[in-house]
Design a protein around this ligand. Structure first.
Ligand code: DX5
Ligand code: ZN
Length: 220
């Protein structure tokens, strides 16, 4: 099943609740929350208080993408705040297995996020501990960047790595996804599609999600 996860990074922060209601009407099944610390990535965004508020504002699962240094110090707090999915960057965590186990232990889905320049072999050993892999198709830090074209083959290779091991790990793709490339990434093996600009950039987030979903289905 292909799921659309709108990234609230591109939403109007003065009306977050309404923006989320709008994407829900369009068929979004997750809400992607980009947490940045100004250290692991060159930008600052939202943290625990916003996740807590959003938890009260929507029934959709919150997907917390931690672009922070030392994610092991905070991952469990994000689950306690209301995140149903938490991903940590392989580049940021020398004790990845421990963090993934801790996320699962708190009752959320555990995810490994990986940057475009990081080879897949870096996450191979931790794969059995992850419910999903968040494959970055831009360098994290900002919305509205261009899709890194080598990501398409990386999705295919990750799909193969997961299937060869008989794992159920899902692939989430994040960055530069729009109507023109979504079918290709789905065909390559991605199942969860993060989109910020493509959903919120056109002024009608309900239509944004709907159009992206329709375009995603065109790969069959
Ligand atoms: C980038 C974030 C993305 C971002 C995607 O660091 O992880 O989730 O919001 O935005 P678009 O879809 O505009 O590339
Ligand atoms: Zn993200």
């Amino acid at each position: 099943m292909v799921e659309i996860a709108p990234s609230i990074l591109s939403a109007d922060f003065t009306r977050l609740g309404e923006e989320i209601a709008a994407v829900e009407r369009g068929g979004a099944t997750l809400v992607h929350c980009d947490v940045m610390d100004g250290h692991f990535v060159p930008n600052l965004t939202i943290g625990l208080p916003v996740i807590k508020s959003l938890k009260r504002a929507t029934r959709l699962p919150l997907d917390a993408h931690l672009m922070i240094s030392e994610p092991g110090r905070y991952a469990e707090q994000f689950v306690e705040a209301g995140a149903g999915m938490v991903s940590v960057h392989v580049e940021a965590d020398p004790h990845l297995n421990r963090t993934l186990v801790a996320i699962r232990g708190k009752g959320a889905l555990s995810g490994i996020a990986i940057n475009p320049a990081t080879p897949l072999v870096a996450l191979e050993e931790a794969l059995p501990y992850a419910d999903f892999v968040l494959l970055m198709s831009v360098n994290p830090g900002f919305g509205g960047q261009k899709f890194v074209p080598t990501s398409l083959d990386k999705v295919r290779r990750l799909r193969r790595m997961i299937d060869e091991r008989g794992l159920k790990t899902r692939i989430e793709i994040d960055g530069g996804i729009d109507r023109t490339n979504v079918a290709e990434v789905v065909a390559a093996g991605a199942e969860i599609i993060v989109a910020g600009t493509a959903v919120f950039g056109g002024g009608d987030p309900t239509a944004g999600v709907r159009e992206l979903r329709e375009a995603a289905m065109q790969w069959v």
